[in-house]
Design a protein around this ligand. Structure first.
Ligand SMILES: [Fe+2]
Length: 370
């Protein structure tokens, strides 16, 4: 870790959960069609400039804001805090760190009251709020549920160059690590962190950043994710599928990665596990274990490692992207010197091209990509 972020003397705000993401989209009609007509998110409110969407079990105004703008990017990663007083704590915490902090009693978006926006020390636009309009929780409205119903916002995923630096800062903010990916040399490639008792509210993925890797919505069951794939096929929209469906090693969740009309990545996710005990064990995965990101050993497509969305400052300008200097996960698992194994005992032979059978080489080795 270089240049660690100091731990503020001011206590961190008590964060409940990831609550919504504000996405800037370049074609509002195309994005509305993708998130509403295809994925079935519910429109709480809309106007010429923005669409406010929620999942079927949500009771707060929205989980996703689509806002029309010139550059596809993320305007806010927004978290709900436990009480209105926590906003004062957020102001003090980030002010002590020298961050830009803005507070609006009337909120920054429709449906949200008093709130605080900051550019955090990692360069991400974070928001905190408590006051919010309540809307109908549609959990029991099965007449409105589709086969691929999205029932909750589950998590964010952020790309940042120095994962240990980001993790230390997020621990100061009150997050706990549940799982991570490392190598024997001590490099950390990614870490998952939670406030609510699931595997994560956000994850830090090593790469050029600050950028947004994905936003994830949960379904009730695995078959709901298969139904989304079938629907995309039926609509001849299968090119929105980037990776999956599959079972993650990390988090144990069933997953599917989609790209929206602007290329923003959306994960559909279900059935991770409870993590709420104070002594919940941290799971560390070896970066060379090819079951870490897909439990069935399916390769990760290169675009998933390299592509991500820009994030904006509080004036709506894209934040500059800083290159990762630690080794990249793609390089150590796909690159010319990369290797992966299925069984830990095979790792002793790591570097030997025969560790994986020929039919599994695929995207695990440079030169085997199509
Ligand atoms: Fe995810």
């Amino acid at each position: 870790m270089t240049d660690p972020i100091p731990t503020p003397l001011a206590p961190a705000p008590d964060i409940l959960r990831c609550a919504y993401m504000e996405l800037v989209v370049t074609d509002l009609a195309a994005s509305r069609s993708f998130y509403v007509d295809v994925l079935g998110l519910v429109v709480t409110e809309e106007d010429d400039d923005a669409v406010y969407l929620r999942s079927l079990e949500e009771f707060i105004h929205h989980n996703l804001v689509l806002r029309k703008g010139p550059v596809a990017a993320v305007a806010a990663f927004s978290y709900r805090v436990r009480s209105p007083e926590e906003l004062d704590r957020a102001v003090a915490f980030y002010t002590e760190l020298g961050c830009r902090v803005e507070r609006r009693a009337e909120g920054f978006t429709k449906g949200i009251g008093d709130s605080v926006r900051v550019i955090d020390p990692l360069g991400f636009p974070y928001e905190f709020f408590y006051d919010v309009d309540h809307v109908e929780r549609l959990a029991w409205r099965y007449d409105l549920h589709t086969p691929g119903a999205l029932v909750r916002l589950d998590h964010f995923n952020q790309v940042t160059p120095d994962v240990p630096r980001a993790v230390k800062f997020m621990e100061d903010l009150g997050f706990r690590v549940t799982e991570d990916i490392q190598d024997a040399e001590g490099t950390t490639y990614a870490a998952w962190m939670r406030r609510k008792p699931t595997v994560h509210d956000t994850a830090m993925t090593g790469g050029d950043g600050p950028r947004m890797h994905h936003v994830a919505f949960a379904t009730h069951e695995k078959h709901n994710i298969i139904a989304i794939c079938d629907k995309l096929g039926a609509l001849r929209l299968s090119d929105h599928i980037e990776r999956g469906p599959g079972r993650h090693g990390v988090s144990n969740a069933f997953y599917l990665y989609l790209r929206d009309p602007d290329g923003h990545r959306v994960e559909i996710y279900t059935q991770d596990y409870y993590t709420g005990d104070p002594d919940n064990p941290v799971v560390t995965w070896d970066v060379h274990d090819n079951q870490r990101r897909d439990w069935w050993g399916n390769p990760v497509v290169p675009s998933w490692y390299t592509e991500a969305s820009l994030v904006l400052d509080l004036d709506g300008r894209p934040q500059p992207v800083v290159a990762r200097t630690d080794t990249s996960e793609m390089a150590v698992t796909i690159g010319a010197d990369g290797f992966s194994y299925t069984r830990p005992e095979d790792s002793a032979r790591a570097g030997d091209d025969d560790v994986l059978p020929s039919w599994k080489q695929g995207e695990y080795k440079l030169g085997h990509q199509l």
